[in-house]
Design a protein around this ligand. Sequence first.
Ligand SMILES: Nc1ncnc2c1ncn2[C@@H]1O[C@H](COP(=O)(O)OP(=O)(O)OP(=O)(O)O)[C@@H](O)[C@H]1O
Ligand SMILES: [Mg+2]
Length: 293
Amino acid sequence: MAKKKKQSSNALEVQNAAKTLFANIRFMSPDAPIKSLVVTSSVPNEGKSTCSVELARAIATSGKTVLLVEADMRRRTLAGMLGVRPAAGAYSVLTDATPLNAAIAATTTPNLYFLDVEPNIPNPADIISSKRYHKLVKMLEDTYDYVVFDTPPVGTFVDAAILSTMVDGTILIVKPNSTKRAEVVDAYEQLKKADANVLGICATFCEGTGSEYYYAYYTSSGERVKAGDVAAASGRSAAADARGAASGRAAAASARGAAGSGAERGAGRVAASQAANRAGYARSEGRGGRAAR
Ligand SMILES: Nc1ncnc2c1ncn2[C@@H]1O[C@H](COP(=O)(O)OP(=O)(O)OP(=O)(O)O)[C@@H](O)[C@H]1O
Ligand SMILES: [Mg+2]
């Protein structure tokens, strides 16, 4: 019973955190709304797919239509997380084998739709950089209020950096106390090199104590914005929190500064860990049978 209560309180914290994340995204650009988003991270297993699903649910429950796109062609997990089994995915849409509306699946959450991708795509980066994929992204943006792309880690594969150039904004997921600073800085710099609009950092795996949110936000000075602050937020302080989340750029820049003279040593370590991640990611494709097909 106590366990059940804890689980439901965690679920509520996750939902509240996702709602706050969505509010922050909206506050960031009220005049030119951010409609399409890439969710990525520097290394594997930082909670990208979980965050993509929760963000999409938060958008859907606000009454807006949202399409969640499986753009991690290397380790597909969204179909399993959503509990859907679409008959076709983006690849068959791109090759004109299936019309777009036949590939898009409704989910149990009203307003939340899903576009999967087929397993074992041999050349994901080439597919994502194709003119056809670009055209598909535009079409999806014109059809839904929001489009959220879940991607592989940008420090491991180039896919997210390519896709980030086609969308309005990119969220960099970071698992604090786990991911190395040099890896976060490297990922941020790769995104900036690609000319991505990095909206900010979303921290995952943060401790939840019932009154704290599952996700936390950090100000540019590195100060954690606690749940109570956000929950009590008026429009003004919520906007300030949005700026805090928006300070991903500043946070990454200061992380870069702090990396300082150790940058070269860090770069060597990052390159080695990226190569190991690439090998591991490929091996674990479709892990745990979480993907529906
Ligand atoms: N905020 C969180 N707090 C605690 N556990 C989490 C959180 N986010 C994700 N997880 C757990 O961590 C694991 C990895 O999550 P997820 O698949 O979302 O990560 P990912 O970054 O998409 O991984 P990949 O790099 O393989 O695509 C899952 O078991 C998930 O339930
Ligand atoms: Mg994932």
